[in-house]
Design a binder for this molecule. Sequence first.
Ligand SMILES: Nc1ncnc2c1ncn2[C@@H]1O[C@H](COP(=O)(O)OP(=O)(O)OP(=O)(O)O)[C@@H](O)[C@H]1O
Ligand SMILES: [Mg+2]
Length: 161
Amino acid sequence: MSEIVLEVRDLEAGYEPGVPIVRGASITVKKGEIVVVLGPNGAGKSSFIKAIAGLVPITGGTVFLDGKDITAAPAHTMVRLGLAFVPQTENIFPLMSVEDNLRVACGVLERREIPARIEEMYAAFPDLVRQRRTAAGNLSGGQRQMLAVARALIVHPRVLV
Ligand SMILES: Nc1ncnc2c1ncn2[C@@H]1O[C@H](COP(=O)(O)OP(=O)(O)OP(=O)(O)O)[C@@H](O)[C@H]1O
Ligand SMILES: [Mg+2]
């Protein structure tokens, strides 16, 4: 049986009380699986994943990570719980170098683990190696997204949203 790492059931979430943006949203993500949420602009896709990551108030439903109920877990505890979130925009620090962007994402790692993890991210995203000393704000749009994803993956998350 495939292992379920993320299960969201009947999620309701929104920015203002009484105005749910996400309603009745459910997904199941198994280990190794890529699940895509599709919908028109403004449909609530980002709000849905932000709610999972603890960044939009949840008013109904449940979020399980590895079988543990994380519905009420605050956003700052998510990385430690194993859930990494890549924002759609503003997902890098533009004035900091590529390497410093990676370094500051390593908060929950053991200090001695950090250099090897940074090299692993460079191996996964070779475009970033050449620009390691460049200010992240000078990367191309796609390279910025690579850096944002690398910043999330560097801590070995169980789930990337
Ligand atoms: N911080 C916020 N405060 C209030 N309303 C918001 C906020 N962020 C988004 N919304 C509203 O929630 C709705 C869903 O937005 P959301 O960003 O989740 O859409 P999306 O499906 O990710 O769209 P896109 O494809 O454009 O990225 C929109 O009507 C938007 O105006
Ligand atoms: Mg969006």
